[in-house]
Design a protein around this ligand. Sequence first.
Ligand code: AMP
Ligand code: TRP
Length: 362
Amino acid sequence: MSAPTKAPEKAEKKATVKRAIKPTEQAHPAQASQPAKRERVFSGIQPSNIPHIGNYLGAIRHWVAEQDRYDNIYCVVDLHALTIPQDPAELRQNTRNLAALLLACGIDPKRSALFVQSHISAHAELAWILNCVTPTGWLNRMTQFKVKAGEDREAASTGLYDYPVLMAADILLYQADGVPVGDDQRQHVELTRDIANTFNHRFGETFVEPRALIREVGARIMALDEPDKKMSKSGAEPSYLSLLDPPEVIRKKIARATTDSQRTIVFDESRPGIYNLLTIYQMLGDESREQVETEFAGKGYKEFKAALADRVIAALEPIQRRYAELASDPAQLDALLAEGAARVRPLAEQTLRLAKERVGLI
Ligand code: AMP
Ligand code: TRP
């Protein structure tokens, strides 16, 4: 666990930002005529509860689908989970469960590094250094803090307030080019860019400025019961579909999902309930919107909801089966997570060393 002791000056000279590209303007690798070295992506997910279908469609599914395209690092961000009160035993369980579920969804440890945030202490260390270049005014603008802190902002933990800086440290430590996330994380990735930019200007090129990779469709799956709010793990039970919900629960939740008093089953954004359900339906199949609309032309909500439930159940069944196998062997899971951390730790430590040197720590 101890940091390498080799001559720091040498390591630092080598540790320049080799991959410092200007991310936003850069052509997407798929469009570039000659894709150069694979870009690196980093993303995280909190072990605060079982992920829901919004996490899956907005994030996890893309991580899985694009493993061959990128150099991938995925992290179970347990330190972020601590920003709201956690029961220690539950946190331990949720951390392992989430790792098992990510593997069950198709994260392949051969192609992607999967690890637990607290296993690499550089995250917390770099967060401190970044704290010292981040104006509090920037954090005051973060909407997620305002939402999570609620009415009594003074009672929220300092960690919750500082959450985005820890997230910046996660991303910058690995010199990630892209951050595949749902739409709710856009502001945090922008803040990460601002922090990297400020640091680079003040102390010299140190960090790659990452860009958010956000899909147009599915980046914001809404709550089933209140389709004007995003689906969230902290919402009430009937508001989300957990990836581990059994079939009968899925049927019940979908049957009760809020729609409206109109009859047509069409993608109309001004009708958020049915729009959201149709989005989930379309994303889990391979038809176009038009094909989906044709399929349900003249049919009722009941019929559509039954078809949606069938589709969700069919999509989750293989995930749930693999999950049950993986979760039954915690020792193997822990070994896998340790391997994931070992793979990326040198990179994190190299960046941390460089950042420390840049700010004048001896
Ligand atoms: P979290 O559960 O907050 O750690 O989020 C994990 C990932 O899921 C992040 O990339 C989020 O942006 C994404 N995500 C969370 N909620 C939703 C949602 N309702 N729709 C789409 N993506 C989401
Ligand atoms: N804040 C993210 C969320 O709530 C989780 C997260 C933590 C993350 N660190 C990250 C996402 C780094 C992407 C990159 O969804």
